[in-house]
Each structure stands twice: as structure tokens, then as C-alpha cells.
Design a protein around this ligand. Structure first.
Ligand SMILES: [Zn+2]
Length: 422
């Protein structure tokens, strides 16, 4: 629960505030369409399949994709619109596929594959033109060794693709949203603790940006940094840090928010290190959410960050009018003030200590920052497109320093709240 919000409404109104937030939260979760898709499975991870080779051939009317597996893959095909994608859901799979083996070809403008969580993996074929699979089968290899997954796609009229999407009964692997009841903080949380969610950007099938020189994946940099920050914040009295992910796994943007919320987070920091076309631009940037981007660069970055769900094969909820619901707006405005205060605290801590870009506090419509009642910032630690930034991002000493500055920023942010007994 956002303590500032409670102060604002007063102690007498605290209960109704809680109820309003609960309702808002459920509404948000439903709008986000994710439910508890992240809910950790009680099943022990099974031995992963191995996809050891792949090939693609075809033209813009017909395209064949083949993946070689060590064992027979169970799979499910889904179609998702805007952008048009064919998604193949697989059990846990290790991908030993060469970088060029699935280069976008023919009907497909982008091809991604990777893990989703311990028990599942995914292949996402983004269609340059609407396409459907006329063949999707796992065929035993003639030599008796392994199976190949054969996917034959052909061009279809847009309305046929729309019909395929509409005909699906697939729903996100969500359990009932009961597990997001905000009235029940997790057992290990204590009322006096200030909980901060650290969100390592990207993961699994979504690798994020790639380092200009070292080709290091953004998802690995964000996770390494998140762990350092997690440990440092955890050493502060009265603070508990939680990670939205602690391994190389895919989380949709709304799942990140749901996970943070479930863990009782009172702040969310999403960590990134993206690339820009202008490789000379370097330094950290702190983002807060807004409908209108502060500038072109912010708009571009938000678009790219939000594309994570597309890459991961996530179906986006249709924008609905309820998002603009007045109650949601009021809570958001309250939360927004705290988000801005946190962003300013971070910029204040960084100033003169690490390199910042011009106007380091910017805003845009980042989907990961949309929690209605958890103040949230997105931190671009630096740019992987700049080789000096890249060097720093990979430097453990620099990471420690930046993490220390962030701890300072959190303390600075909290000071007035603590003084008010929050
Ligand atoms: Zn990123």
C-alpha cells in the first residue's frame, strides 16, 4: 500500500482507500489481461528439449520453417494480431540454433525464440503479411534420431487472419486473479518494511538491446545490476528489496507490475540499458510514465520497450475506456507525484557522480510503469549503443557505485515519508 496515499486520505479513510485501491488493482489486472500468468508452477522443471538446428526458406507467399529437436516436441499454435504473429508454444527448450539459421525470410519479418519460464518456451514468427500455417507437425526423422517441427505458412487475406485470431479459444495461462488480492501481503512481509521491487528489464525470449562492441545482451546486464542493487538495498534497515525476475526468464510488462504488486512493493524500479541510433549519446536517464512523451527519444524508447510484449508473443489487451476512469485517474495522479519525486531523487543522487544525458528526467508511455498505485520509474543506466557506456555497464565497480547512488536516492525519497510516520 502506498503510504503517501494513505496519509493523503487520512487515517479514517484508510480502509475505504484500501478498498478503492483493491478495486482499482483488480480492474487494472483484468485490463492488463494477464491475471496470474506468472504464478510459479509447483511442478519441478522437466528435462528440457533441445532444439539443435533450424532452417527457413520461401518467398512472400509461402515460407517453411523447420526446427530440429532431440525428442518429439509437444506444441500449440496461436495467432495474435497487431502486429500479426504466429506463436508456437513449446515445453521447456534449450535453443542451440545458430544466429543466422532463422533469419527473417519470406512471410516473416522477425523471428524470436527463447524460454518463457522454467516449464515453457516459445517461437514467435512476426508476419510481414498475414499468414497462416497450413502444416504444423512434429515429424520423426527417417534415421530414427529426433524429430523435426515443420511449419508451412502461406499468405492469407487480412480478413482470414482476423478470423483465425477470432476463432481461437486460447486464453492466457492465467489462474483466477484471486492470488492478486492486495489485502493479503505475502507471509514474509512486515508492515514496517518498505518494499522495493527491482525489475531487471527483458529476459528469456526477449533479449533486449545488444552491446555495440561486446554483443552482451541487455537482459543479462539488467539482471546482473538488479542483483547488486537487490543486495545493497536489502542491507538497509527497514527496507526489503524484491526482484521481479531472478533468472533468465520472460515476463510480460504487465506481469512485472503484477509480480511487484503481489510482493507488496511500494516502489518499482525497472532497469534498462538500451541502444539508440545515435551512438554518441550516453549517460543515464530516468523515466516516469505519461500519456504524452516528453520528447522524440523518450517516445522511441517507450515504443521499443513496449515492443517486448510483442516479441514475447503476448496478446495485448484492447485499450478500453475504463482506463480513463476517474477513480483510476485520481489514484494515478497521487502515484504519479511520488514517481516524479523518486525520479528527482535519483537524478539528484546521480548528478556529478555518473554521466547523465541532457534533461535526465523524461517521460513517456512505458507500459511497465502503469501500476495505478505503485510509484514507478524506469532507469536507463546507460546506452549499449555507446561504447564508453557499454564498458561501464559491464564494469562491476561501476555497478556497485551506481547501486550505492540508488540506495542513497531511495533514502532521500523516503526521508519525508519517514518523517511523517509513513
Ligand atoms: Zn530495455
Amino acid at each position: 500500500m502506498n503510504s503517501g496515499f494513505l496519509h493523503a486520505v487520512g487515517k479514517k479513510a484508510a480502509l475505504s482507500g484500501r478498498i478503492v485501491l483493491t478495486v482499482l488493482w483488480i480492474l487494472f489486472a483484468v485490463l492488463a489481461g494477464q491475471g496470474a500468468a506468472f504464478a510459479s508452477s509447483p511442478d519441478a522443471p522437466t528435462e528440457r528439449l533441445l532444439a539443435y538446428a533450424a532452417r527457413i526458406a520461401g518467398d512472400d507467399a509461402r515460407t517453411r520453417v523447420v526446427l530440429d529437436f532431440d525428442r518429439k516436441p509437444e506444441f500449440k499454435v496461436r495467432y495474435i494480431a497487431s502486429p500479426d504473429r504466429i506463436v508456437i508454444d513449446l515445453p521447456a527448450t534449450a535453443f542451440g540454433i545458430g544466429e543466422k539459421e532463422l533469419a527473417p525470410t519470406g512471410l516473416f519479418s522477425d523471428i524470436r525464440y527463447g524460454s518463457v519460464d522454467d516449464n515453457s518456451a516459445r517461437l514467435v514468427l512476426t508476419a510481414a503479411r498475414p499468414a497462416r500455417l497450413v502444416t504444423a507437425e512434429a515429424v520423426a526423422n527417417e534415421d530414427g534420431k529426433g524429430f523435426r517441427l515443420v511449419l508451412d505458412a502461406e499468405l492469407v487475406p487480412q480478413q482470414d487472419f482476423a478470423a483465425l485470431v477470432a476463432a481461437q479459444t486460447w486464453t492466457p495461462p492465467a489462474e483466477a486473479p484471486k492470488s492478486i488480492d492486495p489485502a493479503q501481503p505475502s507471509a514474509d512481509s512486515s508492515a514496517s518494511e518498505f518494499v522495493i521491487a527491482i525489475d531487471a528489464g527483458h529476459g528469456g525470449i526477449d533479449t533486449g538491446a545488444t552491446g555495440a562492441t561486446t554483443k552482451t545482451a541487455e537482459k543479462d546486464i539488467t539482471l546482473a545490476f538488479a542483483k547488486v542493487l537487490h543486495d545493497k538495498l536489502g542491507k538497509e534497515p527497514g527496507i526489503r528489496a524484491v526482484l521481479t525476475r531472478d533468472a533468465d526468464r520472460f515476463l510480460s510488462l504487465s506481469e512485472r507490475v503484477v509480480v511487484a504488486r503481489q510482493k507488496g512493493a511500494q516502489l518499482l524500479m525497472s532497469l534498462h540499458a538500451d541502444t539508440l541510433r545515435q551512438s554518441d549519446i550516453r549517460g543515464a536517464t530516468v523515466y516516469t510514465i505519461s500519456d504524452k512523451a516528453s520528447d522524440h527519444m523518450a517516445a522511441q524508447l517507450a515504443e521499443r520497450e513496449n515492443f517486448s510484449d510483442t516479441l514475447g508473443g503476448v496478446e495485448l489487451p484492447a485499450e478500453t475506456a475504463e482506463v480513463n476512469d476517474i477513480l483510476l485517474d485520481l489514484t494515478r495522479r497521487e502515484t504519479q507525484a511520488f514517481s516524479i519525486s523518486l525520479a528527482q531523487a535519483v537524478v539528484g543522487s546521480f548528478e556529478g557522480q555518473i554521466s547523465l544525458i541532457n534533461n535526465p528526467h523524461r517521460h513517456a508511455g512505458f507500459r511497465v510503469l502503469q501500476a495505478p498505485d505503485v510509484p514507478s520509474i524506469l532507469l536507463e543506466l546507460g546506452f549499449l549503443s555507446n561504447k564508453d557506456d557499454e564498458k561501464l555497464l559491464l564494469d562491476p565497480v561501476w555497478r556497485e557505485k551506481v547501486a550505492d547512488l540508488l540506495v542513497e536516492a531511495v533514502k532521500r525519497y523516503r526521508a519525508p515519508l519517514v518523517a511523517n510516520g509513513g
